[in-house]
Design a protein around this ligand. Sequence first.
Ligand code: AMP
Ligand code: GLY
Length: 418
Amino acid sequence: MNILILGGGGREHALAWATLQNPKCDRLVVAPGNAGIARMAECADLRVDDPAAVVAFADEESIDLVIVGPEAPLVAGVADALAEAGVACLGPTREAARLEGSKAFTKEICAAAGAPTAAYAVFDDLDAALDHVTQRGAPVVVKADGLAAGKGVTVAATVEEAHLALRDVFDGRHGEARAVVEDVLRGEEASFFCLVDGETILPLGSAQDHKRVGEGDTGPNTGGMGAYSPAPVMTPEVERRALEEIVCPCMAEMARRGTPFRGVLFTGLMIEDGAPSLVEFNVRFGDPECQCLMMRLGGQALDLVQACAEGRLGDARVRWADDHAMCVVMAAKGYPGAYAKGSAIGGIEDFAGTSDRMVFHAGTAREGGRYVAAGGRVLGVAARGDTLREARDAAYAVVDAVDWPEGFSRRDIGWRAL
Ligand code: AMP
Ligand code: GLY
């Protein structure tokens, strides 16, 4: 089978690594890929957000399956174009991708499906939104509708802070001028991953990530500084409720509307006293959560992804090991603010990786025969073990062997679970 993965971060490196462990994979191309991926697969220069370009490439290269890593190509309609061309694709249509692309849309689906989520109101007008917040008071959550790369959400402690966030939204800084204002949910967050083929829902496991840059979960938000899987808060009972109360009814509502969801459904939950509420849906794997899931799934990930893309999940089974995985992100000093590029990274040149230790590249480049930093999040060091503690110790042992003075990582990934 010839496989094309779209994306070039740590998530896609992990997807490539797992795919290559499956003997079904004859050829793997990653677009655009990165310096670490280039060590194991072909990388292609391709405009991944351009549906016509992706279809033309898939046709020229006889691609049998496309795995879409990030959300942007899906929101642009890459899955629709591939479906029309008869190429199997892991990822939803543009209409179904609105579950990530529009927070107001997701709220509407939840309301129709009766799924628990924070009470909310949607505003297309700044003055009405400001009045609403003044009247309801704080704390309150302000969200920009539309994709904002994880940066469109403010959990405001005061009315003033909420007003600032609203002005920011209507400045057009986050794209569309529409805001969702909602109640603050309390509890512990966890991410729940399912494959959905339009009909069958296959749970793939849970994870928790650390969004804040600083230890103890302090400081500004990032794309994610580390993650671990499974999430202890996702007990079998919480998972059952999340499926029954949120995932199943929302997927049924999408199907009822004639826009069934097919792809990876990333359900962001807030869990309080064993009761899950929906924070958000994403229509793809999380990064760095995916690195943990791929560590745990290995080569069978390709079978599952293929079954999902071909609408055959009804026959698919996940072979679980009773294991734990952790991914520790190494970022350039200054991230998520301004950071320098080009610093040399030593100690990973000869690191081949094993089935339970891997250095996934996110933002690296090759220069003069060595790796240099080329992004904010640069490496994701992942490890697997019989316990979370074992996975953590193994991951940090590799982190400590990386020689990169211009980089940093949080030392407390997994603290809540440990
Ligand atoms: P989102 O992009 O919707 O996932 O929001 C990003 C982050 O903001 C979430 O992971 C939560 O930590 C936080 N958040 C979003 N909505 C709420 C809410 N209603 N109550 C509390 N925290 C929230
Ligand atoms: N790590 C969070 C995300 O990928 O959205």
